[in-house]
Design a protein around this ligand. Structure first.
Ligand code: UGA
Length: 453
């Protein structure tokens, strides 16, 4: 919404939420989320044509186009538990709009929703026939950390809607909003279901690439191949392309897992068991990758980490965000703490309370003794047996690892879950380095001796 306000000074944008503290934060100098470049844009537009308010009903009445961006978490109980999206917030918004709207509205699905949500929304909105509602799907494709760049020059904008006169008029109205800055040929219009499904499928394909390269990373570790070299070699095939081939500790984030599970549920509902199993495997592989990585850590450290301090660098699910939803850090820290390790975590943007909240969402209890957050990487590393890199923050590349080595217990280990650091430099310093999809060479051994090969 900030980007629409920024690019379209003639359009008045109101962001409304029932949460007073959240709206207060949006109106303050400290925005409630960290996203590079967002603060500047909000500050330029706020009070001019971008406003934040809790007057939900009043603004529904006044606005012509309503983007619904409430969350759609995975259901925790009841039918479809663990896979289907929970649409209770959606339904609530639908009911509020239908109660208060007195003039025709274009209602846009911006949150990722299961396919055919629009049909359900249509029934909720039009149950009372107070006015005309046209429901469109306009999914968001931005990625966290690069949101501003993705929004100002998107690969495409997708608008789906009913293929009748009212629907096509509504699509044209939303098309015109984006055409203020997006080249027209990059704005695609489709029917509603194609648009809803494309959002899930785009995320499923991206996640599938990560799981595919992660699966290969495990084979690399056994064979002595280097996954970065394999990624480079296959990515230069223009049919494959170089992006999303970075082997890692596994993907996180609020979307990939949720959307795939949603896709799986959808397939099951339509009796497509094999299709459901196929996509479910992308998530299974991701969970497996996190477990394999952590098991490998424990094995390398003489099969026990009990009482050992482990410096965890990064807890966010990717760099340039403070978001910890579904971060692989949860599984890694859970397994380490199960073995009584002390996780000493440093992340430039993650707050301990947010990390604890996410751990609790996964049923993991965090004691003050085993789950600590520090103010600096140095504090986390002091007296630690190992450093584990879980997020690819650029600043982690700039540290003096020679100094860190001197501060640590020996033998000192680095487990690089993001293949971020210069491993040969670390080995020269004396570290035993383990990385994802790379042959492991013990510091003292010759370059030809592979552990596990
Ligand atoms: C993802 C999609 O990329 C967006 O297009 C989509 O709009 C968004 O979900 C959404 O549905 O809201 P996001 O989750 O913010 O965006 O971040 P990504 O850059 O896709 O990264 C997801 C995870 O995959 C991260 O944990 C990242 O570290 C991991 N990843 C990504 C890898 O492990 N390897 C890669 O090569 C790429």
């Amino acid at each position: 919404m900030a980007m629409i306000a920024y690019k379209c000074p003639h359009i008045e944008v109101w962001v409304v939420d029932i949460s007073e503290p959240r709206i207060a934060a949006w109106n303050s100098p400290n925005l409630p989320i960290y996203e590079p470049g967002l603060q500047e844009i909000v500050e330029q537009c706020r009070g001019k044509n971008l406003f934040f308010s809790t007057s939900v009903e009043e603004k529904i009445q006044e606005c012509d186009i309503i983007f619904v961006s409430v969350n759609t978490p995975t259901k925790k109980s009841g039918l479809g538990s663990g896979r289907a999206a929970d649409l209770k917030y959606w339904e609530l918004v639908g009911r509020t709009i239908s109660k208060v709207a007195t003039s025709p509205k274009i209602v846009i699905e911006k949150s990722t929703v299961p396919v055919r949500t629009a049909a359900a929304l249509d029934r909720v909105l039009n149950a009372q026939k107070t006015t005309t509602f046209v429901i469109l799907s306009n999914p968001e494709f931005l990625a966290e950390g690069t949101a501003i760049r993705d929004l100002s020059s998107p690969d495409r904008i997708l608008i789906g809607g009913p293929q009748n006169e009212e629907g096509l008029d509504a699509i044209a109205a939303v098309f015109d909003v984006y055409a203020n800055w997006v080249p027209k040929e990059q704005i695609i219009t489709t029917n509603l279901w194609s648009s809803e499904l494309s959002k899930l499928v785009a995320n499923a394909f991206l996640a599938q690439r990560v799981s595919s390269i992660n699966a290969i990373s495990q084979l690399c570790e056994r064979t002595g191949a280097d996954v970065s070299e394999v990624s480079r070699a296959i990515g230069m095939d223009s049919r494959i392309g170089p992006k999303f081939l970075q082997a890692s500790i596994g993907f996180g984030g609020s979307c990939f897992q949720k959307d795939i599970l949603n896709l799986v549920y959808l397939c099951e509902q339509f009796g497509l068991k094999e299709v459901a199993d196929y996509w479910a495997q992308v998530v299974n592989m991701n969970n497996h990758q996190q477990e394999v990585f952590t098991r490998r850590m424990i094995e390398a450290m003489f099969n026990t980490v009990s009482g050992k301090k482990i410096a965890v660098l990064g807890f966010a699910f990717k760099k340039d965000t403070g978001d910890v939803r579904e971060t692989p850090g949860v599984k890694v820290c859970e397994l380490l703490m199960e073995d009584a390790a002390v996780c000493s975590i440093y992340d430039p943007k993650v707050k301990r309370e947010d990390a604890i909240w996410e751990m609790e969402q996964h049923g993991v209890k965090c004691s003050d003794k085993l789950f600590q957050f520090t103010e600096s990487a140095e504090e986390a590393v002091k007296d630690a047996h190992a450093i584990v890199i879980l997020t690819e923050w650029d600043v982690f590349k700039t540290y003096d690892y020679g100094k860190f080595y001197a501060m640590m217990q020996k033998p000192a280990f680095v487990f690089d879950g993001r293949n971020l650091l210069d491993h040969s430099a670390l080995r020269k310093v004396g570290f035993e380095v383990h990385a994802v999809g790379k042959p492991t060479i013990k510091a003292a051994e010759s370059v030809n001796t592979y552990v596990g090969a």
